[in-house]
Design a protein around this ligand. Structure first.
Ligand SMILES: Cc1cc2nc3c(=O)[nH]c(=O)nc-3n(C[C@H](O)[C@H](O)[C@H](O)COP(=O)(O)O)c2cc1C
Ligand code: SF4
Length: 483
């Protein structure tokens, strides 16, 4: 059945009826409150200070850094928009590679001595525009996301993957054409990577970031450790071994960058990889019915449902390590994007949604709530809300009011409508013309070698030459960005 367009759900009753038809029950408030005492406007207090409200900007890279990993003017503009958003938690800005061979694309930012001044300028610029617009920054909390792209590294040539994997994957290897010559990282190489993460964390601290996110999501290296169930040696097999990478990094940070907070963005569940079926609709990668052990947080029986036992054990570990900040997300944009960023329109390398995208939103909201209930002392940021569109503030407010998450994380919405958080907190009517309708151009563009941005709705990107290139691509690839 064709999903009902969210823009056509004009009343709360329409929104509720649609949910009922889909068998989901998203938390929802009919009226959105404004002001500093409202659920979304209220500050968050913790042992390290105060974060001014309950909106977080999720990390989003733009494939637009300089070739040596320094920020470009486009990067600066995006970070300025993050600062102007009104959100008081900036979760990571964007994925920054700890070394050049770990980049997901040749224009990803890289943290090293030569690039540090540029990264610091990026943070300061965000800070400056935020202070100019909102009058203060003592309640603004800004971190940097650190990554190694592992299986999805594409560091030097936009068209060439140069994967570094932890184990041979029975579905992802054939899906992405990895041959027997793929580079399997050795335990010694992993130990060197730990050193890179620790050095990068120290540098982020020097550049004034309040925390680093040791990225454990979306199929990149940190996430791959969690499913390395049949890797031999120190970093695979048991839960203790699969989390050794994180534990070693945190230990190093404590000794080399004392005072720097650590956060972890984690895919709290994963599914089997998907592919486009004969009709273009997503279908699970064929798997012979036996247990599927490679979905961290997934049901090992089917690979298509949730089992939060290990993710909960992971959050226990974070608490033991003294980590307070967690950002939840799901799956991977490369192999099951519908569970990660629910969309009405698929990106060019995706597939038509195999379920109503609202079900994908509800899955992330519910899984985050279940973990928050088990780990009430952690600060938890939820993701995947953009598909809610006009109803995002209504659901976000109820989630925070019920304590089902501490922050509402915004991804794509902030590319199309950067100051939505400021509008919500101030009680201004949302500008419907800027609401992200999940056209996926911000994913289709980089998948095809272009910089990312909101081409359909952001006037700045509307006038860029890539817009016509994208239009042509969609004419040539009927499945890209259209239903
Ligand atoms: C263009 C683009 C770039 C992204 N880059 C990152 C990234 O660098 N790091 C990360 O953890 N997630 C990244 N994401 C995922 C988002 O942070 C977020 O989880 C996802 O878009 C779902 O949230 P939303 O529904 O609000 O968009 C990216 C998403 C988009 C659309
Ligand atoms: S291109 Fe713009 S409208 Fe489309 S998904 Fe990205 S942010 Fe949303």
């Amino acid at each position: 059945m064709e999903p009902r367009r969210i823009a056509s759900l004009k009343t709360a009753e329409n929104f509720r009826d649609t949910q009922e038809r889909l068998g989901i029950d998203l938390p929802f408030d009919e009226t959105v409150e404004a002001g500093a005492e409202s659920p979304l406007g209220r500050p968050y207090h913790w042992r390290g200070g105060t974060v001014g409200n309950r909106f977080a900007i999720l990390p989003m890279e733009g494939w637009d850094g300089e070739s040596d990993g320094k920020p470009s003017d486009l990067t600066i503009r995006r970070w300025e928009n993050f600062g102007l958003s009104g959100a008081k938690l900036i979760w990571g800005g964007e994925a920054v590679a700890v070394r050049p061979d770990g980049r997901a694309n040749p224009n990803q930012l890289v943290i090293n001595d030569a690039n540090l001044a540029g990264l610091e300028r990026l943070r300061l610029r965000l800070d400056t525009v935020h202070r100019a617009q909102f009058g203060r920054t003592d309640d603004l909390y800004v971190g940097l996301q650190l990554t190694h792209s592992g299986r999805f590294a594409r560091p030097y040539d936009k068209r060439k993957m140069e994967p570094q994997v932890l184990y041979r994957h029975p579905c992802l290897d054939p899906k992405f054409g990895l041959g027997s010559d793929v580079h399997l990282l050795t335990d010694d190489e992993i130990a060197r990577l730990v050193t890179d993460f620790v050095r990068a964390s120290r540098q982020a601290h020097d550049a004034g970031f309040a925390f680093v996110d040791i990225k454990h999501c979306h199929g990149y290296l940190g996430h791959e450790f969690l499913s390395a169930v049949d890797r031999p040696g120190r970093y695979g097999g048991s839960f203790v071994n699969r989390t050794r990478f994180l534990r070693e990094i945190v230990e190093g940070i404590k000794s080399e960058a004392p005072g720097l907070e650590v956060g972890v963005r984690i895919s709290i569940f994963d599914f089997l990889p998907y592919r486009a079926g004969p009709d273009g609709q997503g279908e699970p990668w064929p798997w012979p019915g036996s247990p599927y052990p490679y979905a961290f947080g997934g049901d090992p029986g089917t690979g298509l449902a949730l089992d939060l036992a290990e993710p909960s054990a992971f959050l226990n570990l974070l608490e033991e390590l003294g980590i307070h900040w967690v950002c939840t997300t799901a799956g991977s944009p490369y192999y099951n994007p519908h569970i990660q960023r629910p969309s009405a329109f698929p990106p060019s390398d995706g597939y038509l949604p195999p379920e109503d995208p609202l079900i994908g939103v509800a899955r992330q909201v519910d899984a985050t709530a279940a973990l928050k209930a088990r780990h009430p002392n952690l600060a938890i940021v939820g993701s995947g809300y953009t598909y809610l569109q006009d109803w995002l503030p209504h659901v976000g407010q109820r989630v925070v009011r019920d304590g089902s998450a501490d922050f509402v994380g915004l991804g794509r919405m902030v590319l199309s409508y950067p100051d939505l958080p400021a509008d919500v907190v101030a009680g201004r009517v949302s500008d419907r013309k800027r609401i992200c309708r999940t056209f996926s151009d911000c994913t289709t563009a980089p998948r095809n070698g272009m910089v990312s941005g909101c081409y359909p709705l952001d006037p700045f990107y509307k006038t860029r030459p890539e817009r016509e290139q994208l239009a042509q691509l969609k004419r040539d690839t009927p499945s890209a960005g259209q239903r």
